[in-house]
Design a protein around this ligand. Structure first.
Ligand SMILES: [Zn+2]
Length: 164
């Protein structure tokens, strides 16, 4: 990840990608994984995802939607090595969205991914669906409203991870 070096870090690659089904996923620091989710675990430095859930999202929202979920978890992996100082969950989550946008664009620039027509709207729809229903940004599990998530993703996508 060249851009990671630009922001002054030495990036340790993710050790493992662990697909799971329903509730048979790996534990993270003693916490069980939950169905219909993807997560980064700093205790082990891996990303795990409910494969059936991602597959359903792929069918419903298109391939680009999946490129929101995994890069978002990458964002948390980057954060685990850079900053842990967040006052609110929502700050952490919006920065992960921003990193996700920056990562996705870097992959497209490096021609490791090809952007298809319609990908933009798939990503926007995914963040629309994944946004919080209310703007209770102080809540412990808050991820931000659809608008804030879309705008954080766009910042990273357009300006790169240094803008996050
Ligand atoms: Zn998150």
């Amino acid at each position: 990840m060249r851009q990671f070096q630009a922001i002054g870090g030495t990036y340790e690659p993710i050790r493992d990608f662990v697909p799971y089904s329903g509730s048979d996923g790996p534990t993270c620091g003693g916490q069980p994984s939950v169905a219909n989710n993807a997560f980064y675990c700093s205790d082990g430095h891996f990303i795990a995802f409910d494969a059936g859930w991602l597959q359903g999202m792929y069918q419903q929202l298109g391939d680009a939607a999946v490129y929101v979920v995994i890069p978002h978890e990458f964002g948390h992996a980057v954060q685990a090595q850079l900053t842990q100082n967040f006052n609110f969950s929502v700050e952490r989550e919006l920065q992960a969205d921003c990193y996700a946008g920056g990562t996705l664009n870097a992959l497209i620039q490096a021609q490791q991914l090809r952007a298809d027509p319609g990908d933009d709207s798939e990503i926007i729809n995914n963040l629309q669906a994944a946004g919080d229903p209310t703007d209770a940004w102080w809540e412990p599990g808050a991820h931000g409203t659809p608008e804030r998530r879309q705008s954080a993703f766009a910042t990273g996508y357009q300006q790169g991870v240094t803008a996050c």
